[in-house]
Design a protein around this ligand. Structure first.
Ligand code: NAP
Length: 200
């Protein structure tokens, strides 16, 4: 299995740290050329490899860590995404629901990646928490996964486990998945729960 992270900002780098912690190779890419990302990639770990977007999308599993509206641009990198798994870590917070054809944001994203298996995941933790070791006081930090494609979730859950997280399957995007979807200016009940708890 090969992995890439598209988007190398707060979330992309946090996830790259999770891969580096377990010594799992991961390609990282953004709109900037690989040379611009390489110093930061190397600083995270020797198996975090900066490549072009075109090369990154050769991976089997691609984590989407770009601003929500940019998913369409990333989707243009391939005419067809068959045999690829997209892990959608984006949130559409602030995007009016009527701009999403009434769909949960990840179902809207899935439309752009023709043929891909899409799993929503890793979107509910703030980047600083996502970057930290998920093994906390002997427990494993939870990641919520949801998908309309039943077969897609198992390999993503296996990856989450490999990275040290405890995956919780929420079911379809419109069912349990709704708990981790931002809608308009409202967060799903499970999003950023840790942060809200600390602020209360
Ligand atoms: N920040 C958080 O705590 C957090 C937590 C959970 C989920 N999220 C979600 O995760 C996503 C990323 O958030 P972030 O905070 O990591 O954003 P960010 O720090 O602004 O990083 C976004 C990254 O995406 C790249 N990018 C933008 N457009 C691109 C394109 N068309 N193709 C390839 N790369 C592109 C940018 O690099 P270039 O400018 O070099 O292209 C940058 O590396 C958002 O959807 C956000 O809602 C954020």
């Amino acid at each position: 299995m090969s992995y890439a992270i598209v988007g190398f900002g707060a979330v992309g780098q946090a996830l790259a740290r999770a891969f580096a912690r377990k010594n799992i190779e991961v390609v990282v890419a953004s709109r900037r050329p690989p040379e611009a990302l390489a110093p930061q990639a190397r600083a995270i770990g020797p198996k975090v490899l900066a490549k072009s977007l075109r090369d990154a999308v050769e991976a089997d599993t691609i984590i989407l860590a770009v601003p929500f509206g940019e998913h369409r641009e990333v989707a243009k990198a391939l005419p067809n995404w068959e045999d690829k798994t997209i892990i959608d870590a984006t949130n559409a917070f602030g995007t009016p629901p009527e701009e999403l054809d009434g769909l949960p944001s990840s179902a809207f994203v899935a439309k752009a990646f023709t043929g891909a298996r899409l799993v929503k995941g890793f979107n509910h933790l703030v980047a600083a928490i996502l970057a930290a070791d998920p093994i906390v006081e002997g427990g494993h930090r939870v990641v919520f996964l949801s998908s309309d494609d039943e077969d897609a979730i198992a390999p993503v859950a296996a990856l989450a486990k490999q990275l040290g997280f405890a995956p919780i399957m929420l079911g379809k995007l419109t069912e349990g998945g709704a708990l981790v979807h931002a809608r308009g200016r409202i967060w799903g009940p499970l999003i950023f729960q840790d942060l809200f708890k600390k602020e209360q």
